[in-house]
Design a protein around this ligand. Sequence first.
Ligand code: AMP
Length: 114
Amino acid sequence: MTVFKQIIDRKIPASIVYETENVLAFRDINPQAPVHIILITKKEIENLNYLNEEDKEIYGELLLAIPKIAEIEGIKDTGYRIISNTGRDSHQEVKHLHLHILGGRDLGSKILAD
Ligand code: AMP
């Protein structure tokens, strides 16, 4: 079971900022920016490679959550960056689909640090 599934099941604590029937968002434990939120599907999906047609509604809910969370976190107007690490080369650590929402400072013009 992934750490994110344990958060969904309330087996480990998390600082939850947003929740709907199908998605959950909480603060990253090791923030890389003043605002660093992890947004996940409650359904266990390894990463973007495993999306399927049957779950389109869930993916819509996931995307629609982004501006709502940005508003809650006060970064809607200043801007933010979305990252979804997928597979080996991205160094995806947690094998449960998630979007990083990063903001609260100037994130630089390069998507990658190096
Ligand atoms: P990734 O490399 O995209 O799989 O990133 C996983 C992210 O999950 C990292 O930024 C971690 O800091 C974060 N993370 C791991 N465990 C927890 C946790 N218990 N609560 C909040 N965030 C976590």
